[in-house]
Design a protein around this ligand. Structure first.
Ligand code: GRF
Length: 233
């Protein structure tokens, strides 16, 4: 599915706070995501804080709003045209709330990933965004929740699972406290790690099943050591 590269340009799609984008930028800045480079950030609205985060890191941004396009096909075309100059190797949805259509998805086969704040297939699908997955986890009474990075296949939160990280639910959790723990202990570790695995060419797919290939002897530093275990700033 992927081969190790010496330059690995990615696009990050955002709609909100941009903490997942920031986790990637921080890992690039501290040298732990080599050879990954964020080539462009695409935002679905002009109000999201993620744009400021990209600008402060000197990354080009584009705002492409679904409501400016009459249908999904023309929205997909606008996104594809915005990406064309950057020739990205991976599209990373980091809290991106607009749906991608079949034309866009077909242009990046097995090349679009998304982060979702639950252990899929729990608390996912249409309507499960923002605080809702955490409210639903507390209402159901699960003792573990977490985050999932998956391939994007056109149905909400349905594509093959790449990585998952469990997080405990504590007795006095509110949706907000649980959301913070999931973001810090799961999302912000998993997403840079998934990007690193793609850049290292270690992601293999067989139907719905994703296998992460073992590191080879000549890998300079283990991805586990670099970004797998410790928390972002
Ligand atoms: C995160 O919980 C992410 O998993 C979900 O939306 C939220 C976005 O957070 N898809 P941020 O914009 O990265 O801060």
């Amino acid at each position: 599915m992927t081969r190790a590269r010496s330059d690995f340009p990615i696009a990050v799609f955002v709609s909100g706070g941009g903490t997942n984008l920031q986790a990637i930028l921080d890992r690039i800045r501290d040298g732990r995501l080599d050879p990954v480079r964020v080539a462009v950030v695409i935002a679905s609205n002009e109000h999201c804080q993620a744009i400021g985060r990209a600008e402060r890191s000197g990354i080009p941004t584009r705002i492409i709003r679904r409501k400016d396009h009459p249908d999904q096909a023309s929205y997909d075309q606008a996104l594809l045209e915005a990406l064309r100059p950057y020739a990205v190797s991976l599209v990373v949805l980091a809290g991106f709330l607009s749906l991608l259509g079949p034309d866009f998805i077909a242009a990046y086969p097995d090349g679009i990933i998304n982060i979702h704040p639950s252990l899929i297939p729990s608390f996912c699908g249409p309507g499960y965004y923002g605080i809702r997955p955490h409210e639903a986890a507390l209402e159901y009474g699960v003792k573990l929740t977490g985050a999932t990075v998956h391939l994007v296949d056109g149905a909400y939160h349905h594509g093959p699972i790449i990585l998952q990280q469990a997080v405990p639910v504590l007795p006095d959790d509110t949706p907000q406290s649980l959301q913070q723990r999931v973001m810090r202990d799961a999302e912000q570790v998993l997403l840079p790690r998934a990007v690193a695995l793609f850049a290292a060419g270690r992601v293999r797919r067989s139907g719905r099943i994703i296998q992460i290939e073992k590191e080879t002897q000549d890998d300079e530093t283990s991805i586990d050591q670099r970004i797998g275990q410790d928390r972002p700033d």
